[in-house]
Design a binder for this molecule. Structure first.
Ligand code: KG4
Ligand code: ZN
Length: 378
């Protein structure tokens, strides 16, 4: 079957055409129109501006998908769209487009939770083994994005239990705020990780390790708490205080010296990774996970990808480790199409028929909760 996925929950207009068969899910086209440059001027995402850009971009993006995939409308079996959580003005553009296409083309329509999409990015392409099971369950997925930081336990496909989550800022949000403090602009994650990588190679190449010794040490919030929750707001504030202290010292002492921004970026990133990795390993052990997965925009972070892999291999040798292909880490529509393939495969004939009428009733919800499939015995 062929699924057209649409994603407009934040600042990327994404449309993708994916094909699912007994060999797995293949992406025929995955087009993303990013608004990063537009929002960078404002230091963050402006919801109404995002909506205006989605309106402008959505049809050209759709046309590009048809051109790239060489597919025709007749070959599309299902339309899937992110209907939450996210920015309402932005979500409304994708859902309105999807409803219109569903009505005009007479195709069934499914609303997909954005985080379900991120999780199912793991089931695209090379990582996918069989349409029946894929990875061994239970799966423990560390979801890290700009709006979410959660440990999600899945006993089966589309069955979710949140066993831990952030009590304040999401990991990606912390990266973005720290980038702003350090004057690195928006989006913060890639900028912080680039600087952190520079510092890492500086350490690796240093002849005199003593000179490189850093005076910057940041806390690892909630690392030793006996639960699987996170907190990144205090860490961000610690960066702010340290930055101000360094600025003050620079003014009073040595005005020619450079602020150790790369050191700060490196230490901040490592603090986030230490907590994420330690809690994921502990939760995987406690819940007997057979697979540990990574998902969400922050899963594009090379250090997190590598360090979690190392720790899984070291501490949980029988556990499989999965992470999305780089292109499917940050917001995209292929992940939405992938999640829809699984939802569709579990629906009965009556539910599938009802989905043809979803253009009438699909609602967007900024705070949509991740919902398990009710009857997963099929
Ligand atoms: O999943 P995503 O694209 O959008 C949301 O659903 O929020 O995630 C975006 C977040 C942003 O906060 C961004 O700074 C972060 O992912 N991010 C990164 C990296 N690339 C993107 N954070 C750390 N390192 C990266 N390389
Ligand atoms: Zn996302």
């Amino acid at each position: 079957m062929r699924v057209l996925g649409i994603e407009t929950s934040c600042d990327e207009t994404g449309i993708s055409l994916a094909e699912a068969d007994q060999n797995g899910i293949r992406v025929l086209s995955n087009v993303i129109s990013s608004q990063v440059k537009i929002h960078a001027r404002w230091g963050g995402i402006v919801p109404n501006l995002a909506a205006r850009e989605h309106v402008k971009n959505i049809i050209p993006v759709l046309e590009k998908v048809f051109a790239e995939s060489q597919a025709s409308v007749e070959e599309i079996d299902l339309i899937a769209v992110t209907n939450g959580p996210g920015l309402i003005p932005a979500l409304l553009i994708g859902t309105s487009a999807a409803k219109t296409l569903s009505y005009v083309w007479k195709k069934p329509l499914l609303g997909i939770h954005h985080i379900e999409g991120h999780i199912y990015a793991n089931f695209i392409g090379a990582n996918f083994k069989s349409t029946k099971s894929g990875f061994n369950f239970p799966v423990l997925c560390l979801v890290v994005s700009g709006g979410h930081t959660q440990l999600v336990l899945m006993k089966n496909h589309l069955q979710y239990k949140i066993v831990g989550q952030t009590l304040d800022d999401a990991a990606g949000e912390a990266f973005d705020k720290v980038a702003r403090i350090l004057g690195l602009g928006y989006p913060g994650g890639p900028a912080v990780s680039r600087l952190a990588a520079e510092r890492k190679s500086e350490i690796a190449n240093a002849k005199n390790q003593k000179e490189l010794k850093s005076s910057i040490y940041l806390p690892r919030p909630m690392l030793n708490k006996n639960n699987f929750n996170f907190s990144f707001s205090g860490l961000k504030t610690a960066v702010l205080y340290k930055f101000k202290e360094l600025e003050k010292n620079k003014k009073t002492k040595d005005s020619d010296s450079r602020l150790p921004i790369a050191e700060m970026a490196h230490e901040f990133q490592q603090a986030v990774i230490d907590v994420l990795v330690a809690k994921t390993i502990r939760a995987a052990r406690q819940y007997g996970a057979k697979t540990v997965m990574l998902a969400g925009g922050v899963s594009a972070n090379q250090e997190l990808r590598g360090q979690l892999k190392e720790e899984v291999e070291k501490n949980l040798p029988d556990v499989e480790y999965s992470l999305p292909v780089f292109d499917y880490c940050v917001d995209n529509a292929a992940m939405i199409a992938a999640a829809a393939c699984f939802r569709w495969s579990k629906m009965n004939a009556r539910e599938k028929k009802k989905a043809r009428e979803n253009w009438k009733r699909l609602k967007t919800d900024a705070g949509l909760k991740l919902q398990s499939l009710k009857n997963n015995s099929r």
